[in-house]
Design a protein around this ligand. Structure first.
Ligand SMILES: [Zn+2]
Length: 330
């Protein structure tokens, strides 16, 4: 869509709206953020989005912006850009976010969910650059996924896929996922899932775990970062919990490789750094969970953009990356 000029990327989250200016090589030239108000009216939340966009346009580079990209937690109806319903944004239900942005600025606009946007940015400019087929997973408070084939996002029949984080790993287990299904990989390997497993485990650990020390003896204060810290200090319970998490991810990625055999798997999100330190273990386990002979050699890569993935991803939507059929309807 954009051959020249700069793109303005807007990343909407439950606590902030981040926006920035990105060039065609994926360089973030300017960024800003404003608090997001999700507890008020839909209009008050929208005002936060406008504030972030206007602050970005007011930058000295603002005059060179020739498109706006928006990344928001899903599910989003495409191509209209209507936010259906998401726990992070209780202010918006069946809310025509795309229409509001499109009507307010005299610039072409594209919108997608944050996982697709971040996955596209990684495939175009980040860790997945140079690979034809990229599977992207964001592991944080949930697990989101994107499939980018020949630099185009794959959407599925009703443009709702891929929801790879809700693939079932343990259908008989007791882990209910937020989506209502049982044993999704998100319910077993996201940041909150790691913390939840630790909460149960520390009480029955044969030796007192450092996890409890770092959580000041309060199981409710256990987070994935507390588990990570204990693991770094050599705590055996934390090591067991993270090994189990890596095992779950290996089972999941083995299935993904059987289905897609991607040229690269890129992991982003809040727990990505920790997961990346378990890449060698995951690769070692992959042959047990994939029938593709070279599964273990699939490049497992840490995402480049970290906290800026949403802004740069939103901008990436403006530089192409949509399948022809989707682009035509814009
Ligand atoms: Zn689920």
């Amino acid at each position: 869509m954009l051959n020249n000029g700069l793109a303005l990327g807007v990343d909407i989250g439950g606590t902030k709206v981040a926006a920035g200016i990105v060039d065609r090589n994926g360089r973030l030239l300017f960024k800003t953020r404003v608090p997001m108000n999700v507890s008020g009216t839909d209009g008050e939340a929208m005002a936060c989005v406008h504030e972030a966009i206007r602050a970005t346009l007011a930058n000295e580079l603002g005059g060179r912006v020739s498109a706006i990209g928006v990344a928001s937690p899903g599910p989003i109806e495409l191509p209209s850009g209507k936010i259906l319903q998401t726990p992070n944004l209780p202010c918006w239900r069946d809310f025509p976010l795309g229409e509001h942005v499109r009507d307010a600025y005299p610039l072409p606009m594209r919108i997608d969910n944050d996982a697709n946007a971040a996955g596209l940015a990684e495939a175009l400019w980040g860790a997945g650059r140079g690979f034809n087929n990229v599977f992207y997973a964001t592991v944080g408070t949930g697990i989101g996924t994107a499939v980018v084939i020949d630099q185009k996002v794959f959407y599925g029949r009703t443009r709702t896929a891929p929801e790879g984080g809700h693939m079932t790993i343990d259908y008989r287990g007791e882990h209910l996922c937020g989506c209502g299904k049982r044993g999704c990989v998100e319910s077993l390997a996201s940041g909150p899932a790691i913390a939840k497993r630790a909460r149960t485990r520390v009480m029955s650990a044969p030796v007192r775990s450092l996890i409890l020390d770092y959580a000041e003896n309060d199981p409710q204060r256990i987070t994935s970062h507390v588990v990570e810290r204990a693991w770094r200090a050599g705590d055996p319970t934390a090591t067991d919990i993270l090994r189990e998490t890596a095992e779950v991810l290996a089972i999941w990625l083995g299935n993904i490789i059987d289905l897609l055999e991607p040229d690269a798997i890129v992991v982003g999100g809040g727990v990505a750094q920790l997961v990346s330190e378990w890449f060698p273990y995951i690769a070692e386990q992959l042959p047990h969970w994939s029938i593709i002979p070279q599964a273990a050699k699939t490049p497992l890569l840490l995402a480049n953009y970290a906290a800026d993935a949403g802004i740069v991803g939103a901008a990436a939507l403006c530089f192409g990356g949509l399948s022809e059929a989707t682009a035509e309807s814009y």
